[in-house]
Design a protein around this ligand. Sequence first.
Ligand SMILES: Nc1ncnc2c1ncn2[C@@H]1O[C@H](COP(=O)(O)OP(=O)(O)OP(=O)(O)O)[C@@H](O)[C@H]1O
Ligand SMILES: [Mg+2]
Length: 389
Amino acid sequence: MPEQPNPYTPGAGDRPRAFVGRDQQLALAETIRTQLEAGYSANCLLFIGLRGVGKTVLLKEIRDRFAANEWLAVYVQIRPSISVQRAFADVAIRSAEHLKSGSRLRRSLKKMAEQGGGLQVMGQGLSIGGTSVADSYTDLRDVLRTLCMAAQKDGKGVALIVDELQSLKSKLLSELVHLVFELRDDLPLAFIGGGLTYLPAKISRATTSTERLRYEPTDFLSAGDARRAVSEPASERNVSWEKAAIDEVVRLAEGYPYFLQLYAFETWEVARRRGTFSKITTKDVASAIPEVERQLNVGLYGSRFDKLGPLQREYVFAMASLMTANPSKPRERVRSSDIAQALGKTPQDCSPVREGLIQSGLIHSPAHGDLEFSVPGFLAYVDGRREDK
Ligand SMILES: Nc1ncnc2c1ncn2[C@@H]1O[C@H](COP(=O)(O)OP(=O)(O)OP(=O)(O)O)[C@@H](O)[C@H]1O
Ligand SMILES: [Mg+2]
């Protein structure tokens, strides 16, 4: 029996075999690269979207495209355990080998790595000085300046690609934005980031003069793109989907990239259990649904719900009951003032709970004063948990 490796990639940051629906975002990144190579200024580009829409895979694709054009392209993800500069240093040093041999950029990077402590952020020097280093980007600025100057002589640049920007502390966010603004005045530094939908508000609170950053939404996929995300990885393996089977997956996933991968992955597993297969049918999709639901209940939905504290649970239950007050016509969004009222509290009393839920990416505010759940299907899940109570 020929091997039929499953070509679908449900997960966090797992690169899809067919990367679809992001032409506009990729073109913007390309514009920035060519502007900087021509010696023009280029704006910063920040991709904004809900959890699971594909910000990380987009940023990784952009990193690869810059790297393929001989840029030093460094992707870092904000995490509490590691500073941006440390992460940058680690990745940058490893990238040296991939740069064109003989380029100034490569020589400059290697020299810095050898010097280590000279430029604190590179090599082991970062630990010198202890915690204060993590509170400031002075070293990162110096290193970026040196690398950008080398890259400029090669006619290339440096791309700093930062994911999960919203989780950076306000002070560091403001410092990072300022250092980028300072350097990109006359150097080829591309700054491209990703974050949840409240990132623009957080940036504008954290720092002034950033209204002109370029925010670009990363949305759900159109039905046509969703079809390609499902059909193309299968065709690569000489497997085709029945038209009705794809239609069903596209309908179930509602354009949400993570769901598309999950439904397609589980459907493929069902088909594989039949033995050798070259066609995926609607029956396979139907048989995959219980496993998809199980995965969602323990993973995407359950793991998030179980992390909620008692007040947060109370809040999401109140939100869900307002949404389903008319069961034949559930509402997608509700007023936060109505939730507070339902809980017998003032909106101010609820504010810390609401903010915590927004920061976790579980709910978001699509318009001032309105709230909705950020992940498709979460309302039905919360509703189910409410009945268990
Ligand atoms: N353009 C795309 N085409 C096909 N599949 C995609 C696309 N973008 C993302 N996916 C799939 O969707 C899932 C989520 O992608 P990713 O982890 O990049 O989302 P995210 O926005 O970074 O989520 P989070 O906010 O939780 O970090 C992955 O399974 C990935 O393979
Ligand atoms: Mg991500």
